[in-house]
Design a protein around this ligand. Sequence first.
Ligand code: CTP
Length: 319
Amino acid sequence: DGELCLSRSLVNSSDKVIRKAGSSVFQHSVEGWKINSSLVLEIRKNILRFLDAERDVSVVKSSFKPGDVIHYVLDRRRTLNISHDLHSLLPEVSPMKNRRFKTCAVVGNSGILLESGCGKEIDSHNFVIRCNLAPVVEFAADVGTKSDFITMNPSVVQRAFGGFRNESDREKFVHRLSMLNDSVLWIPAFMVKGGEKHVEWVNALIIKNKLKVRTAYPSLRLIHAVRGYWLTNKVPIKRPSTGLLMYTLATRFCDEIHLYGFWPFPKDLNGKAVKYHYYDDLKYRYFSNASPHRMPLEFKTLNVLHNRGALKLTTGKCI
Ligand code: CTP
């Protein structure tokens, strides 16, 4: 409960908190940071009690047959039909089976990345995870381009690709996916009702254009399991953000996890404005109740983990 109060006060007055930050929750020095391998192993083991990312990262073909009806994970009263297209794109086996990496980058979408010069460093990691099909080419110097695993909330179709209303929106989307080659495209299709037609359009475009991208659709238990892990560790998150989900999954595959683009605050430590996204004009939603996330609380948690050597958080410039 102490944590809950803290998160509320952060949400209400993050400006003030940042100004006062000094030695507080936001400070993390990159110099002298060292990985704490035994802590990394302990975290991996503890998370495995709640979920196995190798399995829960995606349902597989044998989980369903076309025509099956499933309940949405966060909206149990509503249902979804497993279509032929969707079924045909389910992987035969987990796309992360037996994949292990020495270092991974999880790239969040905060404007803190702008002018960071972190592109080269991000691309130097063995495995790079990105969120919500964020554009990279125009921002390569700051964010890099390597994308081995990329998430896509169904709402992205509306937000970034004009709801596929005209041919050029669809072309832009197909072009973006073709750049991914055979990377994993992770689509949370079973979370809440509302995006089913978008998911179907995406599936149809992938099939029609014979795109090589490896589609993955998170298991029905993933989000509850991730929430359970963090709750047990006294981090009361209503609904983990994509970025936190990706860190949680990555603990299974990566010995060293480096986070970039995590900064859910409208100003940096020097009081300079920071965009919510590095690539568009979306505003900070979590100051209202409109957002299901508790990103400031998540950030504080990641910061603690940075200071203990469990992960490395970069919010400054890369040299
Ligand atoms: N993020 C952050 N600070 C920001 C913006 C994003 O720390 N200012 C992190 C969050 O962990 C977020 C991830 O980067 O989940 C990806 O950003 P975004 O695509 O904006 O995710 P949202 O759509 O806001 O959240 P979600 O997809 O989780 O609903």
